[in-house]
Every structure is written in C-alpha cells, then in structure tokens.
Design a protein around this ligand. Sequence first.
Ligand code: PLP
Length: 401
Amino acid sequence: MSSAGTRPTPAGRAAGSEETVFARYARLAVRTGAVNLGQGFPDDPPPPRVLEALDRARGGGHQYAPLPGLPALLVALARSEAPRHGRRLDPEREVQVTVGATEGLFAALSALVDPGDEVLVVEPCYDAYPAMIRLAGGVPIGVPMDVDAAGRWSLDPDRVAAAVTARTRLLLVNDPHNPTGTVLPADVVIALAAIARGAGLAIVVDDVYAQLAFVPSTPLAPHAPERTLVVGSAGKTFGVTGWKVGWVTGPDDLVAAVRAVHQWLTFTVATPLQHAVAELLAELGDGGAVDALLADQRAALRTRRDALADGLRGAGLAPAQADAGYFLFADASGWPPAARFADDRALCDALPDVAGVVAIPGSAFRIAPRADDARWLRFAFCRGAETVREGVRRLRAATRP
Ligand SMILES: Cc1ncc(COP(=O)(O)O)c(C=O)c1O
C-alpha cells in the first residue's frame, strides 16, 4: 500500500522484469555506430512481391478486424499451417492471429500456466520465455542442450523426462532454435511429444524460423495434436520483422484459451497488415512468386551464414553448425581479445570499442547464467551481405595484436 505524497512504485512483476538484452544492445549499436550483428532483422528491402501485397492492402479495409483475425488470413493460415499439424485446421476455431509471435507466446503462456506451475524450457533459450513465464506466475525450469567438440548442439530427451515433476504444466520447444540454429531430428521430436503425452503436459512450439530452415524439420504437433499449440510469425517468414503479425494454431479448446487472453491484450491486429499477410500466405505452396521469394530468402541466408561462419573462423572464433534461422552461436574462448574480459557480458559491452561490432552475450539465453556461458556469443547473419562482410572484416582486424 502506498501513502500520500510518496511516488508510485511499479508492481513486483514489472520491477522484477529486466530489460531485454536486445533493446540494450540495439541501443549500444546506435550509440556507438558499431556494425550491429546483435538483433535479428534483415537490412535488405522487402522482396517486391511483399511490398506489392502491402500496396494492395491499402484498399482492404482500415477498421478493427474480427477478434480471431481477418477471415481471409484465418483461411490462408488454416491451409499454410496444415503441414505443421499434419492435418487441415478449422480456420474459425483453430487459428488465432496475434501481434507477432511475441503476443502469441505471451497469450499462450498466460492461457496455459497457473501461478506456481513449472514450465520446461530448452536452454539456451530466447530471452522472452523465462520473462513471460514469470509474468504468468509460472516457474521456468531450464533443460540444457549439449554441445559436442565439433560445435553441434543437441537435445537429449532423457534430460527433458528427468526434469518433469508433479508441478510441470507445459513444455516449451523452439524448433528451429534460436540462438543455436539447431533443427531437432525426428526421433527427438517424437520423444518430446511422447514425454508430454505421458506426463499430461501442454506443449507450445515456437517455430518462427520454420520457413527459414536449410534442412528438413519435423513438426511436433502431429505427434501430440490434442495438446500442442504452434506459434508462428509473418515477420520472420517474409523478412519484415516490423510487421508484427503472428499466429497461434492448434486444437480448438487451447486456441479458445489463447483467444480469451488475446482479447484483453490487444483484441485485434493491424487490419491492413493482415490483408497483406493473407495474400502472401494464400499463395504458399502454389509454385509461384511467394514460394520463389522464400527460396531466394533461404538461399541468401545460407550464403550469409557461410560468409559469417568462415569469417568468424578466420578471426579465431568457433561458430556452431546452424541449420536454420538468422543466427550463429560462436565459441569466442579462442579469440584473443576475449581473454581480456571477465565474461561474455563484459566482452559484448566492450565489443564496439574492441572491434566496432555488436553481438549478444550467450548468457542472455539462460534462465540463470552458468560458468560455461561465458564463452558463447550470438551473431546475426540475417543482416545485409555488406553488413556481414564489414562485421567480419572488423572482427578479423581486432584479432591482430
Ligand atoms: C525464437 C523467437 N520467437 C519469437 C520471436 C518474435 O517474433 P515476432 O517478431 O513475430 O514477435 C523471435 C524474434 O526474434 C524469436 O527469435
């Protein structure tokens, strides 16, 4: 209780919520003018077909869309997401449009997690997960991935099974994975579904990088259809992260719970952008311009991944194998400048001065940092080809004594 004359103080849930590492390092990049290989967004202009859809959306309506989403987008998503579920979805009851995957994740976690519930999170993890779980009153429980000497990250399902307790409510899976770029093999995906079924857990799959995988990925939902929500992002799919149009799909009872939260969070999502995304998704899989732009995007990302990986190796870092997405997770312990800093955060804070580059410290992807994190940094290869080249040039230059 506050008394007259004192300044209002934030509620515990806000006071205890740290600023996201991405805001902090985006600011550092702007302030220092360093090459930003931190936050994941492309530099390139959107593909012409994407801008065409946006232009046409001008005539599509500018008032509130219905609560579940624009009907044309719901229909397009029911079709385009069908392969992720192994079945055709009911557009009205099994699809919810959200303000980016971010709101979809928040609504899904708020809808499925009660105070005190434990949520299993595969680590390293996207930093939003623990924060969102805590905001829902839940307890994030990390399940560590392993990394081998060749820099390949993997998830042992036995570790997930061992982390289940009587209080576990939900398993949160990010596949393809940020920050490691790992795509889970089929046997692991099937084992995760079996663990969740056996323990009565709900599953949330964040697959925002599904269209940006360089190897085939295995959808989890078909192996646990009654308990799995899948969260996606048009911003990632089409390389327009500022659009912030996302979705949650899955069984009708779970989508209804997500909708119950979404209605009080944002109620609905920008109508013109929903029109544009509906037009693009409706063409997915027809072999036309949208499929071609996604193929081009994957090819460009792969080329930049290879350029950044070669450059990092040339500078003395050891990038992990990334089979999808926007990022390379790299072991910097062999990079001479790293030795001057106590840990990854100190190194990343100084990186603009040391090398004129911004990267994200690996410990930001942990619920509670561990000693081993100090050697990992995340670099974005989704930036423009020239940005990646310049970043690599600077890292190499900083390596020389
Ligand atoms: C794993 C993961 N999930 C969700 C998001 C957020 O997606 P959106 O921009 O659609 O909210 C990101 C963005 O970086 C991400 O990496």
